[in-house]
Design a protein around this ligand. Sequence first.
Ligand code: BGC
Length: 721
Amino acid sequence: MRNFLLASLMGLMLSCTSAQTDENSDKSNIDELISQMTLEEKVHMLHGKGKFTSAGVARLGIPHLKSADGPLGVREEIQNDSWAPAGWDNDFATFFPAGGGLSSTWNLDLVRRYSIAMGEEARAREKHVLLAPAVNLIRSPLGGRNFEYFTEDPFLNKKLVVPFVQGLQANDVASCVKHYAINNQETLRGSIDVQADERTIREMYLPVFEAAVKEGNAYSVMSAYNRFRGAYLSENDYMLNTILRDEWGFKGFVMSDWGAVHSTKESALYGLDIEMGTEIDNYDDWFFSEALIAAVRNGEVSESVIDQKVKNILYVMEKIHAIGSEPQAKGTLNTPEHLQVAYDVAAESVVMLKNDNNALPLKSSKIRSIAVIGDNAKRKHANQGFGAGVKTRTEVTPYDALVAHYPDMKVNYALGYKEQYLKNDLNRSWGLPVDYVPNEQLVAEAVAAAKASDVAVVFAGSNRLVETEAEDRKGLRLPFGQEALIKAVKAANPNTIVVIIAGSPHDLSEIDATVDGLLWSWFNGSRAGDAIVDVLFGEVNPSGKLPVTFPKRLEDSPAHATNSFPGGPDVVTYEEGILVGYRWFDTQNIEPFYPFGYGLSYTSFEYSDLSTDKSSYNAGDVIKVSLKVKNAGAVDGKEIIQLYTSKPESDIQRAARELKGFGKVALKAGEEKLVTLEIPVKELAYYDVEAKGWSVEPGTYDLASGASSRDLRGKVSFSVK
Ligand code: BGC
């Protein structure tokens, strides 16, 4: 900004007025700037000049472009040329709940508050670009990055991404939506060639990116590590030029994932704008550095291609007021309001999986002592594993929260289980083969704590060393012998509750069969402990619902049933096609363990009077769906109502049902509300490969309202002409 003021004083740029928000004058300013730049200046804007910066042109008032990792909050500062922490004392940030937590709220207003807060933090740290959200579709329960991603469902995914991007960008920060595209596994992520048919990518994997660009107006997109149909995503003409720019009208810049570039000419011609990197520190040797200058000089790449890339960057810089006369938002960091957002998301994200015999909520007035058991009772999740975390001043663990909320309760803590790995010849702490054998000594201590207490709560699950970027999990089983621990604790104290903290589906069959009360929480941010304790004791009525299916067995889930995860060594073919997640289970009639959209409440909800406003619609219409929902219990609560459509008679392959609408309503005890949700008829379209476009099949459709994908509470039919 200071540089810019200097530049404008020197008259190097056309003077800017507020009228210049107009597209045409934007262009002329940018063109004018570009015309003053040397080829070297332009090309050096197109590659990393530090781990998280690319160069500007100081003499023209163009700042370095500064980015930071995002999904969990603004990552700590690292050194310019290495991954070592910079050691600053002002780079603390709020740890926001990871993707799974955010999506299980199904609450779009909360998503917007969350990303506005995150954007304010990014600005306070003087970032131009936040590398968030991470939105790849969850294809396998084993995906290492599932905890960062939102869901297995393309409709929920695209509904979540729009307020996320808009909220983030509200404070002069560009959202970099990642990882574009079809990047659904960590195994061989740097080389694997994904083969998926056109209908599958259009219906399942691309809608979230399309919505981010067309509705969210995302200013940047990160190209993924892997290949798609032979070409790396950083040099994939079809993905970057044909779809992203030509079809969707994307105007911002494409930034590579770190070290995801493999060529100079192809990447330049096929749609990459900025090369970012990881291991290589000699920036002149990068594909988009001296080699790109040479490619222009020898005629392989025209200078107009370079100009366009610079234009894409300056377009974004102008939008976020990094250039131009308007001041850039200053942002705020670690405010009480941001911690409140983190709490609100965490509190609405907790999913109650089981509550037999009213095991929950716990009644604080009746509990004098509580056994708090498990590594996850005290573990912090802001910053472990491979990849981005957050350096935060505040991370309230469940143990901390319990002690703070109930100072008069005697807490008997026992570790119960601890991390143990079979071998570590990899010289790293994350993604190691886990040991499932319980630690007898720790189990004995936990049993003693449980016996000495009125109730026992075991905080189990995984952690960010087990679920991590760069490595997929090997199986569904809970690590470190937790089943045996939980059985022993339950035998010692019948009032045993289990809280699982994790980011991906696990096999909970033994635990579900052991205890009456079972809650699920996520890597849930700075106030995770406060939120889970408030749910445990009924201060908050749980209202989260699962954004993914929990299979009974790994082989039941689609990518594994079709033996196509993780594929390799060179290619992975998405054999299940459009039947990802619950679409597979429902179409194949396979019983899931916990279905997509499932989650219990301390109250119960009754659905009635489902209807559509008409019985027949045209392709351009909007279907108005209404139903009554009543809180039939004694406590206030929130319910996520889901609308699924089916087409029983169809000329094409169809999933048994597809989510096409949802809404979250708050209902006081005893209250009934008439809820209206809208489904544009075009949402019913399938991708017609021959016609290369979306098509709504005429005929009869069924519409069901449900409390989950397997708990359908009403059904109506309508027709489309
Ligand atoms: C990840 C990206 C991340 C980048 C920079 C890569 O390994 O895939 O999500 O933004 O590193 O940290």
